[in-house]
Design a protein around this ligand. Structure first.
Ligand SMILES: [Fe+2]
Ligand SMILES: [Fe+2]
Length: 297
């Protein structure tokens, strides 16, 4: 039986932090928003339209690959939870964190994301190494490379997670696995995305671990880069397609070729058989003209 998995990422519900909570990194983010007008990059209209679109699609499962918030404020998590409620109450969903969801050390130590979205994070406890959600004969697995840093936005997948991932993959050869993580493993040119400032520092180790697995995911999903792209990951002569839908909360800005996007993957008999991509328009989310990733947006 075919299983349809929707993918949304980097929705970035955003609220302005109260003055007293302008921790140094939030201060930088505020300056960034004002100078670079980032606050207008993500709009409530698009975010609401995404929720309507997901309810209309009624997929069998939904994978959200992080950056639900912008500065990990409690109020942003509450807003995200409230807006997602109709979706979470009707669609089996796995949510994994992005770097903006653990923006400050305090948001990490308060376990703010787990407090808000714990039931959808696929972890027995917030110390479990790999997130998991089964949807029919498809299994969604999620890694967490996030770590708060005073300035940098880079991530690193802890080695115990990579070891657990390989064990899990090899332990379910009969199931189709969709792997998600917030960060790209490869950039849009197919090079390792391991830059110090914004990258996945051990992207090479992730590729190496996957290469050592006997059973590979049918697809890898991520976000973090807000313009979508797809590339193939070589795992020792075997290929896994990687999909970044692009930010699902992005405001439309045609002059910069910017539009919110989301994807739907159809998996049948253990194989990925179809990828649909939807872009936000004045009429809501519509199929990408020409097919998934055809527009280059
Ligand atoms: Fe993001
Ligand atoms: Fe990110």
């Amino acid at each position: 039986m075919a299983v349809r998995i929707a993918h949304a990422t980097d929705i970035h519900w955003t609220l302005r932090p109260p003055f007293r909570r302008l921790a140094s990194k939030r201060l930088l983010q505020q300056a960034n928003q004002i100078i670079g007008r980032r606050a207008t990059h993500f709009t409530r209209d698009v975010q609401d339209s995404l929720m309507d679109h997901l309810l209309d699609l009624a997929p069998d499962g939904l994978f959200i690959t992080g950056d639900l918030t912008t500065t990990a404020l409690e109020e942003e998590f509450e807003l995200a939870r409230e807006r997602l409620e109709p979706v979470l109450s009707t669609i089996p969903t796995l949510i994994i964190p992005g770097n903006h969801d653990v923006y400050t050390r305090r948001s990490r130590s308060n376990r703010r994301m787990f407090q808000t979205f714990g039931p959808w994070m696929g972890l027995d406890s917030d110390a479990a190494p790999v997130a998991r959600l089964d949807v029919g004969d498809v299994t969604l697995l999620g890694l967490d490379p996030t770590r708060p840093h005073p300035v940098l936005s880079s991530g690193r997948v802890p080695q115990p997670q990579l070891d657990a991932l390989v064990r899990q993959l090899d332990g379910m050869p009969e199931r189709a696995v969709v792997l998600g993580l917030h960060y790209p493993i490869l950039d849009r040119r197919g090079e390792l995305y391991d830059g110090l400032n914004h990258g996945l520092l051990n992207a090479g180790a992730v590729q190496k671990s996957l290469t050592s697995a006997s059973h590979l995911p049918v697809a890898i999903l991520h976000g973090h880069e807000h313009h979508g792209f797809t590339v193939d990951l070589d795992c020792g002569g075997r290929t896994v397609p990687i999909y970044n839908s692009g930010s699902s909360g992005y405001a439309n800005l045609p002059i910069k070729r910017r539009a919110a996007a989301m994807c739907v993957y159809t998996i049948e008999d253990g194989a990925l058989v179809d990828v649909e991509r939807y872009l936000h328009t004045a009429e809501g989310f519509k199929p990408e003209p020409g097919g998934a990733y055809a527009t280059g947006r």
